[in-house]
Design a protein. Structure first.
Length: 100
């Protein structure tokens, strides 16, 4: 029997990898309790670029890949972008660099 996966002790948002990136990057995060989570990408002017997650999550470790496209499937230009993880209890933000 496989031991149960450990439950994170807190919500955490990790630095994307690779960074800088082209064409895609991986974003990892931990959730410590059942909660609604939104993971979104914004440009430096605060304009919404892409929603990667918007759902109820169980506790655990998660990762998503951003392919450098917006919500309409359009390729976005080289720039610094901000990704934000929000839950009912917290919000965390980090920067990443897309180089085309």
């Amino acid at each position: 029997m496989r031991p149960p996966a450990s439950i994170p002790k807190s919500i955490a948002l990790y630095q994307n990898y690779p960074n800088p990136f082209n064409p895609g990057t991986r974003i990892d995060y931990d959730i410590d309790q059942e909660t609604f989570v939104a993971l979104e990408i914004f440009d430096l002017l605060g304009r919404h670029v892409r929603t990667l997650a918007s759902a109820l999550h169980q506790p655990g470790h998660f990762n998503l890949i951003w392919d450098g496209k917006d919500d309409r499937g359009q390729v976005v230009p080289s720039d610094v972008y901000v990704y934000q993880l929000r839950s009912a209890a917290t919000a965390s933000t980090r920067k990443m660099l897309l180089l085309r």
